[in-house]
Design a protein around this ligand. Structure first.
Ligand code: CDP
Ligand code: MG
Length: 805
C-alpha cells in the first residue's frame, strides 16, 4: 500500500485554508450570517432621537415639538381635497370598519391576531391605524412601527402605497428595508421590511430598543423566517412589557397562534370580494368542446393512468387547441395512489402541465372578455420564461398594442418586479406571471386548498373575476387543507444550518419552542450528520464549510460537491451531478418498454457510476440541443425532456450562486480546467455523498454490498452498477437508501480506498484527525486489513505531528 500521507495532509489543509481565506476575504457583505446593513455597518432600523440633548427634559421637549409637527402635518393632509378623497377610498376597505376594535385591542393586549381575506386592507391599513393614532395622541416621535413581509417585493410596493395614502413620498414617515436596498429617513416611523431583516436586527439587539410595535404579516404562510421570528419574539415579550405584537393572517387559523401566545385575542375582519367563477380542468375542456372520461389505459410514457379524450367529441377544431387538450389530459388520475405517492407527486408528469392550454385560455380571455388583468401562477422561473416566449409568438397575445406581457419572479431585480403594480396604458390588457416558489432545488408540489382559494381571491379584488384551475376537481380534492409549515417542510439539515447562521443558540432547544417542531430524534440525527460532514464542529458551531453551506440554498451534500467542484475546477460535470440529484430521475422506464429503456440507459453507462452516466447523457443532450434535436434525443433515449431542461437551468443557477458567495471569481465564465479528470470527479462526488458509503465484497462469481448500519444492502434495479457482474473498486458512495423489503441504494459511484481516505471526511475543526478516526472505524468494521494498516500508519504519523506542534 502506498501511503498518500503527504497528499492527504495537503488536501485537507488546503481545503481548510482555502475556505477560511475566502470567507475572510469576502468579509461581511457576502457571508450571510454577518450581513445586516447594506453598507456593512450595523445601522439601526430607525433613527434614535437626539441623544446629544443635554438633559432628559431637553430631550422630552424635542420629542414633543417633533410630535406636534407630525400631528399638524397629518391633519393638513387629511383635510386637503386629495387627502379626503384618499380617506374615502380607505374607508371603503373592510379593515377600516374594524379600526376602533383593532386599536383598542392593541392598547389592552400585548399580542393580538388579526385575520381577514386578501385585499381587505390588513397590510396597508393596520400599520397606518397605529401610526395615525399615535400621531394624533402627540406621541408620533416616540412610536416606531415595524411591519414584516415575507417577500421583498411586497415590502417595497406596500410601503410605497402607504406613503402615498399619507400624501408623502417614500422615505418620509414611511419607509422600507430589504437586503441590500432600502428607503428610509430621519423621520421614518413606519418601516416595512422583510422578515429576514428583522431577524438580522435581532442578532445585534436582542431587545429591539426603540421599537414600539411589531407587526408580523402573512403568518398563515407559515414561512420559516416567520416561525423563527415568533419563537424569538415570544422570548422577548416579557422583557419588553410595553412592546406590542400584532400578527396578521389571511386565513382563519388564528387559534393556533392565539394559544401559542397564551390565549391572545383574535379579531376577524369580515371579508368582501366580488364573485369569482371557478373552472376546473374538466370544465375548461368542456368549454373547448371536449369531454373527459377517466380511463385505465397506459399512456406512452407508461406508469401513469391518464385521462383519455372521448373520441366522439367534435373533430372540427383547430389543431392547436387539440394539442392543448391532448397535453392537458395527461394529468394523472390520482385517486388510486397512496397518500405518500400523491404527496411526492411522482406520478405527475410536469411535461404535461399544458402550456398550450394556458395559451388557449389566455387567447379566449383576450378575445372575449372586458379589459382587465390576468394573473398566471407558474411553478418556477423556467416555466415563466418558456411561457412568455411562447406567448410572444401568438398573433393576439404577442401583440403589444393589445396585451402587455409581464413577468415577476423573486430572482428578478426589484424595479422589474414592481412593473406589475403599475397601471398599463389604456387599451392594453395585462398578463403577468408570478412564482411564489422561489426555492431553486425543489420539485414542484401541489399547493394547498387554502392557497388555491387565496389565489382565486385575487381575481375578485376590484371586479368580478374568473379562475381557471389547470387540474381536475378530483385532484383538487386531494390537496391538503393547509400547507405544511415551511419549518416542517425544509430539510432538517438546512434548517439546522439556518438556525446556526442566525445565531439562535442550541438547535434542538430552539426548535423545541416552535409553534410546531420537527421530531427531536430527527433533529439530533441532522446535527450529527452535519458534524460528520464537517459543517458543524463538536460544539455545534458553524465551520467555514458550514458557513458556505448556509449560503447555498440546497441540501448540504450538493453544496459540498459544488464547493469542491469550484475549488478543484471541475464544475461542469459536478454541477450536472448536483442538478441531477435535485430533479426527478431523467431516465424514464415505461412499464411496457422496460427492456428498451434499460438498453438505452446502458448505452450511457460508464465508470461504474450512475452519476457519471447521467453526465454523459446530459452532454449528449447538450449537443443535440445545439442541433435543435433535443426532443428526438430524449425520445430515443428514454430521457425526460423536462428533467433535462431543469438540469440545464439548475446548472446555470449553481454557477451564479457560487459566484455570489465568492467561490468563483466574478469575471470567470467557466470553471473546468480539470473537468476531464474522471478520478477527480469521482473524488468530488465522494466528498459530497460521504458518509453514504458501502463496502463491495467480492466472491467467486459476483459481489455483495454491506453498510455499517444496515449490513447487507442491494442496488436499485435501474442503477448501472446493478448490471455489472464485478465492480473493480472496494467502495460505493451512494445518494439515497430506500427501504422496501430489503434496503436498496439508489444512485451510486464506485470509489477506491485512497479516494475514500482523502475525500471521505470532513474539514471540520477536528480536521484530518477527526475524520481519520471516523474512517478508521469504517475500515476496521469492514475488515480491510491493508487499509486498516494504512490508517494506523497515518494515525501514528499524525499523533507525532500534533505532538511536535
Ligand atoms: O393586506 P391585505 O391583503 O388585507 O390588503 P392590502 O394589501 O392592505 O390592500 C388593500 C387594498 O388596497 C387593495 O384591495 C387595493 O385596493 C389597495 N392597494 C392598492 O391600491 N395598491 C397597493 N399597492 C396595495 C393595495
Ligand atoms: Mg397583505
Amino acid at each position: 500500500v502506498s501511503v498518500p500521507l503527504n497528499v492527504l495532509k495537503r488536501v485537507d489543509a488546503y481545503l481548510k485554508q482555502y475556505l477560511s481565506k475566502k470567507s475572510g476575504m469576502k468579509g461581511s457583505s457576502s457571508v450571510r450570517s454577518s450581513s445586516s446593513g447594506s453598507s456593512g455597518t450595523d445601522e439601526g432600523l430607525f433613527e434614535q432621537p437626539d441623544l446629544q440633548a443635554s438633559s432628559r427634559a431637553a430631550l422630552e421637549k424635542i420629542l414633543r415639538r417633533r410630535s406636534l409637527q407630525m400631528r399638524d402635518q397629518q391633519t393638513n393632509w387629511q383635510e386637503s381635497p386629495e387627502g379626503r378623497r384618499m380617506l374615502e377610498f380607505r374607508r371603503s376597505l373592510p379593515a377600516y370598519k374594524e379600526k376602533g376594535a383593532i386599536l383598542s385591542a392593541i392598547s389592552n393586549n400585548q399580542v393580538i391576531i388579526i385575520s381577514g381575506e386578501t385585499g381587505c386592507g390588513k397590510t396597508t391599513q393596520i400599520p397606518q391605524f397605529i401610526l395615525e393614532s399615535e400621531i394624533d395622541s402627540v406621541r408620533g416621535a416616540l412610536c416606531n412601527v415595524i411591519c414584516t413581509q415575507p417577500r421583498r417585493i411586497s415590502a417595497m410596493s406596500v410601503s410605497e402605497r402607504v406613503a402615498s395614502e399619507r400624501g408623502e413620498k417614500l422615505g418620509e414617515s414611511v419607509g422600507y428595508k430589504v437586503r441590500l436596498e432600502g428607503m428610509k429617513g430621519r423621520d421614518t416611523h413606519l418601516l416595512f421590511c422583510t422578515t429576514g431583516i428583522l431577524l438580522r436586527k435581532l442578532l445585534a439587539d436582542r431587545n429591539l430598543k426603540g421599537i414600539t410595535h411589531i407587526i408580523v404579516d402573512e403568518i398563515h404562510e407559515r414561512g420559516m423566517n416567520e416561525d423563527f421570528l415568533l419563537i424569538v419574539l415570544k422570548d422577548l415579550l416579557p422583557r419588553r412589557p410595553e412592546l406590542r405584537l400584532i400578527l396578521m393572517s389571511a386565513t382563519l387559523d388564528a387559534e393556533l397562534f392565539s394559544s401559542y401566545f397564551g390565549g391572545a385575542p383574535t379579531i376577524n375582519i369580515p371579508g368582501f370580494t366580488y364573485p369569482v367563477r371557478t373552472h376546473f380542468l374538466e370544465n375548461i375542456l368542456e368549454m373547448a368542446g371536449y369531454k373527459l372520461t377517466p380511463s385505465n389505459q397506459i399512456d406512452d410514457y407508461g406508469q401513469e393512468r391518464v385521462w383519455k379524450l372521448n373520441k366522439q367529441t367534435p373533430r372540427k377544431r383547430k389543431s392547436q387547441i387539440a394539442s392543448a387538450v391532448e397535453d392537458a389530459v395527461r394529468v394523472a388520475d390520482f385517486k388510486d395512489y397512496s397518500p405518500q405517492t400523491q404527496e411526492s407527486l411522482s406520478c405527475w408528469n410536469p411535461d404535461c402541465v399544458g402550456f398550450n392550454l394556458i395559451e388557449y385560455i389566455l387567447y379566449n380571455i383576450c378575445e372575449n372578455e372586458r379589459p382587465g388583468a390576468v394573473l398566471v401562477f407558474m411553478t418556477g422561473w423556467e416555466d415563466i420564461s418558456f411561457l412568455k416566449d411562447k406567448l410572444l409568438t401568438n398573433p393576439v397575445l404577442g401583440d403589444p398594442s393589445r396585451v402587455l406581457l409581464l413577468t415577476c419572479h423573486g430572482s428578478m431585480a426589484s424595479s422589474e418586479q414592481s412593473l406589475i403594480f403599475q397601471e398599463p396604458e389604456d387599451g392594453a390588457k395585462e398578463t403577468s406571471y408570478d412564482a411564489l416558489n422561489n426555492t431553486p432545488c425543489l420539485l414542484p408540489t401541489w399547493i394547498s386548498k387554502v392557497s388555491a382559494r387565496q389565489r382565486r381571491g385575487r381575481a375578485g379584488r376590484v371586479q368580478p373575476g374568473e379562475c381557471f384551475h389547470l387540474y381536475p376537481k378530483c385532484v383538487y380534492d386531494t390537496f391538503a387543507e393547509y400547507q405544511l409549515p415551511e419549518i416542517l417542510r425544509t430539510p432538517l439539515q438546512s434548517l439546522c444550518l439556518q438556525i446556526k447562521s442566525l445565531k439562535l443558540g442550541s438547535i434542538s432547544e430552539f426548535l423545541s419552542r416552535a409553534l410546531q417542531s420537527p421530531e427531536l430524534r430527527a433533529v439530533q440525527n441532522a446535527i450529527e450528520y452535519l458534524k460528520v460532514i464537517g459543517a458543524l464542529d463538536e460544539n455545534e458551531n458553524l465551520t467555514d464549510l458550514g458557513r458556505y453551506l448556509t449560503m447555498l440554498p440546497m441540501e448540504p451534500k450538493l453544496g459540498k460537491m459544488l464547493i469542491l467542484g469550484a475549488i478543484f475546477n471541475c464544475l461542469d460535470p459536478i454541477s450536472t451531478v448536483a442538478a441531477g440529484l435535485s430533479v426527478r430521475d431523467p431516465f424514464l422506464t415505461p412499464l411496457d418498454k422496460k427492456d428498451l429503456a434499460e438498453a438505452a440507459k446502458s448505452e450511457f453507462s460508464c465508470h461504474y457510476s450512475d452519476h457519471l452516466t447521467l453526465v454523459k447523457a446530459y452532454e449528449g443532450w447538450k449537443d443535440a440541443e445545439m442541433d435543435h434535436a433535443e426532443y428526438e434525443y430524449c425520445w430515443k433515449n428514454f430521457l425526460s425532456a423536462q428533467s433535462m431542461k431543469a438540469i440545464d437551468a439548475l446548472r446555470q443557477e449553481f454557477f451564479s450562486l457560487l459566484k455570489d458567495v465568492g467561490l468563483i471569481d466574478s469575471n470567470m465564465t467557466s470553471c473546468n480546467a480539470w473537468s476531464h479528470d474522471v478520478h477527480l470527479i469521482r473524488a468530488v462526488i465522494c466528498y459530497g455523498l460521504y458518509p453514504g458509503i458501502c463496502s463491495v465484497m467480492h466472491n467467486e462469481k459476483s459481489y455483495s454490498l454491506k453498510t455499517m448500519e444496515d449490513g447487507q444492502v442491494l442496488l436499485y434495479s435501474n442503477s448501472v452498477n446493478a448490471r455489472e457482474s464485478k465492480i473493480p473498486y472496494p467502495w460505493l458512495v451512494f445518494n439515497e437508501k430506500i427501504k422496501v423489503n430489503s434496503i436498496f441504494l439508489r444512485d451510486s459511484t464506485a470509489v477506491s480506498d485512497s479516494v475514500l481516505l482523502l475525500f471521505g471526511g470532513s474539514i471540520s475543526k477536528g480536521g484530518t484527525d477527526g475524520h481519520l478516526k471516523m474512517l478508521g472505524g469504517y475500515l476496521e468494521f469492514f475488515m480491510r486489513p491493508a487499509v486498516a494498516d494504512l490508517y494506523q500508519i497515518i494515525r501514528r504519523e499524525l499523533d507525532d505531528l500534533i505532538q511536535i506542534k
